[in-house]
Ligand binder design. Structure first.
Ligand code: AMP
Ligand code: GLY
Length: 424
């Protein structure tokens, strides 16, 4: 079997690492990949959004399964283009990817299907949005409709902040056409959690819960990032919470999309607020999370390729999926300065000193520079450890982090700590 993974982050390294465990995989390609992925797969320099280039490559190399990491190419319709040419590809169609690509689409879908989400209004003009805000109660949340690299959500404490959000999104158009419409919604209170499901259009199964850490500094301070670390399972998602999430959110969403003629295939990632009235949907993503995937896939005992093929073929109900009960923690190491500006090209040392079979170092922004591994991005590595308890997994991951070195390296020291504080 020949497999192509699209993307270049830690998530894609984790996908390649797991895919490679299937003995039927003859050739694994990754476009464009990174320095760590290059040790497992043949990296090809085609951009993740170059759909024509990727299609040509997949046809010429007789790719049996393509796995899409990032959302942009899904929203651009890569799945439809590949399927039309008879190629198997794991991910949602362009229309189904609207669940990530458009907050307006998602809010209207959730409302229509009676799935719990914050009360909202949609505006396409700054004038009407500002008029609404004059009479609104605070706090509230303003969201750009389209994809805005994770920056299009403003939690506003007062009128001034909300007016400035409308100005950014609709007037200044800092996210371009993603800001043609805005959603203004009620601000929910509670603990946040994510539940991911693998879907085949009709059937689904949920992955073990995971949490990421979005802010750059310890104690969730500082600006948002792509994710500074993750752990699985997330104790806040108890068996009871999970049952409710499945019954009130995941199942009705998969059924709703199916009934509306847009069957959802791929990963449905529900970002949730666990409120006093139960779980509410904050947003959907239509792909694996990064860095959640790094702490979920090491726990998967079943074969990922078989799962993804079954999802493509609509036969997930035939599978039994097994999970490692141990906890998994991923500590992300970044280039100092990230998520603002940072320098790259520093040599990374110490990786060969990590000799623990339950620790895996997933690469994100790394590249091989004439035989030397150097930094090449904001998030550089995801040091991931499994152990019997979350506490032990945290200790193991940080022990490995301590062996790694590069100039200006940075990491949070409290990954997983919030899970240890939760009493359930
Ligand atoms: P989203 O991209 O929609 O998940 O939003 C990004 C972050 O904004 C979430 O992880 C929450 O922290 C926050 N957020 C989004 N919507 C709401 C809401 N309705 N109430 C409170 N916080 C929210
Ligand atoms: N970890 C958040 C995301 O993948 O969008």
């Amino acid at each position: 079997m020949n497999i192509l993974v699209i993307g270049s982050g830690g998530r894609e390294h984790a996908l390649c690492w797991k895919i490679k465990q299937n003995p039927k995989v003859k050739k694994l390609y990754c476009a464009p990949g990174n320095g760590g992925i290059a040790q497992l797969a043949e990296c090809v320099s085609i951009g993740a959004e170059d759909i024509e280039g990727l299609l040509k490559f997949a046809l010429s190399k007789k790719i049996d399964l393509t796995v899409v990491g990032p959302e942009a190419s899904l929203v651009k319709g890569i799945v439809d283009v590949f399927v039309q040419k008879g190629l198997k590809i794991f991910g949602p169609s362009q229309e189904a990817a609207q669940l990530e690509g458009s907050k307006v689409y998602t809010k209207e879908f959730l409302h229509r299907r009676n799935i719990p989400t914050a009360v909202y209004k949609i505006f396409a003009s700054a004038f009407e949005a500002l008029e609404f805000l004059d009479k609104a109660q605070f706090p509230l949340v303003v969201k750009a409709d389209g994809i805005a690299a994770g920056k299009g959500v403003y939690v506003c404490q007062d009128l001034k902040e909300a007016q400035s959000a409308i100005d950014d999104i609709i007037v200044k158009k800092i996210f371009g056409a993603a800001g043609d419409k805005v959603v203004i919604e009620e601000c929910l209170q509670g603990q946040e959690a994510s539940v991911l499901a693998i879907c085949d259009g009709k059937h689904f199964f949920v992955l073990p819960s995971a949490q990421d850490h979005k802010r750059i500094f310890d104690d969730d301070l500082g600006p948002n990032t792509g994710g500074m670390g993750s752990y699985s399972p997330a104790p806040v998602v108890t068996a009871k919470v999970l049952d409710t999430v499945i019954a009130r959110i995941i199942e009705p969403s998969v059924r709703g999309m199916y009934q509306e003629g847009i069957p959802f295939k791929g990963v449905l990632y529900a970002g949730l607020m666990l409120t006093n009235e139960g779980p509410f949907v904050l947003e959907f993503n239509t792909r694996f999370g990064d860095p959640e995937t790094q702490s979920i896939l090491p726990r998967l005992q079943s074969d990922l390729v078989e799962i993804m093929l079954a999802a493509c073929d609509g036969r997930l109900n035939e599978l039994k999926v097994r999970w490692d009960p141990r906890a998994c923690v991923c500590v992300v190491i970044t280039s100092g300065g990230y998520p603002g500006s940072y320098k790259s090209g520093f040599e990374i040392t110490g990786l060969s000193e990590i000799n623990d079979s339950d620790t895996i170092v997933f690469h994100a922004g790394t590249k091989n520079d004439g035989g030397t591994l150097v930094t090449a991005g904001g998030r550089v590595l995801g040091v991931t450890s499994l152990d019997k308890t979350l506490e032990a997994a945290i200790a193991k991951a940080y022990e490995a982090v301590g062996k790694i070195n590069f100039e200006h390296m940075f990491f949070r020291r409290d990954i997983g700590q919030k899970a240890l504080k939760i009493k359930v």
